[in-house]
Ligand binder design. Sequence first.
Ligand SMILES: Cc1cc2nc3c(=O)[nH]c(=O)nc-3n(C[C@H](O)[C@H](O)[C@H](O)COP(=O)(O)OP(=O)(O)OC[C@H]3O[C@@H](n4cnc5c(N)ncnc54)[C@H](O)[C@@H]3O)c2cc1C
Length: 509
Amino acid sequence: MTDRVVRKIVIAGGGTAGWMTAAALSKFTGRAGIELCLVESEAIGTVGVGEATIPPISGFNAQLGIDENEFVRATQATYKLGIEFVDWGGLNERYFHPFGTYGFELEGINFHQFWTKARLNGEHHSLDEYSLNALCAYQGKFIRPEPDHGAVVGRLAYAFHFDAGLYAAFLRQIAEINGVKRIEGKIEKVVRGSESGFVDALMLESDRRIEGDLFIDCTGFRSLLTKGEAGGQFVDWAHWLPANRAVAVPCERIGDPQPFTRSTARSAGWQWRIPLQHRTGNGHVYCDEFMSADEAETILLDNLDGKPLAGANHLRFRTGHREHFWVGNCVSIGLSAGFLEPLESTSIHLIQSGIAKLISLFPRKVNSPREQNEYNRLMRDDFEHIRDFLILHYKATKRAGDPFWDCVREMEVPDSLTQKMALLRESGRFFKYDAELFDLTSWLAVAEGQGWGPEGYNPMADALSDKNLGQSLGNMRGVLAKTAAALPTHQAFIKRYCKAPPVAFESTR
Ligand SMILES: Cc1cc2nc3c(=O)[nH]c(=O)nc-3n(C[C@H](O)[C@H](O)[C@H](O)COP(=O)(O)OP(=O)(O)OC[C@H]3O[C@@H](n4cnc5c(N)ncnc54)[C@H](O)[C@@H]3O)c2cc1C
């Protein structure tokens, strides 16, 4: 029976993961003669947070033919140029992790080698002065780069802050237009073939039986189809990323929305601030070994920009992933596959990445072990690469005195990260492994921002005389500063192109 050809896909779960998967697959399935349905339960609902993204999301939307202005309006979105980290390297310190790149290459050598050389010679211009993204973020500027804006504006890289629930609803419309059938109901049981262990059908509370050939588990932390034996061991990374709880609360937005996320370190974790058009999203991620839920909520509520708009939403999570992302005829995508804390807004990206890999490895037959193995290898790499970058934020800190920070600063880290940190620190060198997500800009921003920046540089940078180097760096700063100053404000851009309708909130407090 597992020799059967895939004719019907069943997606279990309709959160961000379920509807992103449905919308993306539905672009092909109808025309390829494959039926696609999605089962979700309104009674269960979705995780309800997940608002900051990274630049590849634009590619996902573009592949679906989504008009960006329409999407921004429909999801109450704002633009994101990077993340400001407050108190991470040490108390009263801040730095910016921008999207895009720093400076310009000189004679084929990375900009940062020259910047490091200048810094070691006593220059005090920060990396931010060489990043159009950082300059625009702090001045509240934004423009969507178009081909006729020229090469310098073309360097502005962006993502979005959006309401993930509205995004799922937006994608649902696209999926349903493309022929996806939505089935409302609570999944009670997963029916498996006694010999193969493959999923035959989902049984709903109503006794309805939903059969299929390929199943996608998008049931969130419940992992209904892949938990337990089916998905193998949970690969637990709590010893490297110990935060395991979050409390979230939206609040009134005060002033114009800033085009960046803010992450402020707290005594046992960190707090996010994500500006949307209609409100500001806030949350406090922490480790329950070092802080109680009440204390975490109090810290969050004491540090809001405006009045809370809803009660606090407490969540628990485990950091890591299922050993097998694809097992038998079932693929897990979204929180069912694993979770890495939202420090660098990578969860929605991992959904996008899982979907892209599934499309390129889409199985002809129900039993497709080669495609399955390759998918599992690629997804494992994705998770591990992001894991290392997240650990860097905790390991490279000078914070001392809080038991949580003392613990993460002193912890042993994966060998892969030790090697990367040493290479970057000693000689400013950085190499991406395979299709690693975060590049030099990101690693440099966090390492330098937290006091772990390069202490040496590539000797090839000595080919440029100190005088020429000073002039080149000065020119770069001048061009970028002038460009940022000439751009419209983020708020003016939104108002002109993609202002969302107002929403009335009933405050619970
Ligand atoms: C604290 C926190 C902050 C986050 N912040 C970010 C962020 O800033 N950026 C980012 O990219 N990601 C973030 N994420 C992750 C992001 O929220 C998720 O990746 C995203 O929402 C996808 O969730 P999901 O669809 O996998 O699961 P869910 O949203 O939980 O959806 C699960 C779906 O399965 C359905 N379901 C479950 N059980 C059954 C059943 N028995 N029968 C029928 N249906 C069922 C539910 O009804 C729902 O439709 C954050 C997550 C957390 C916990």
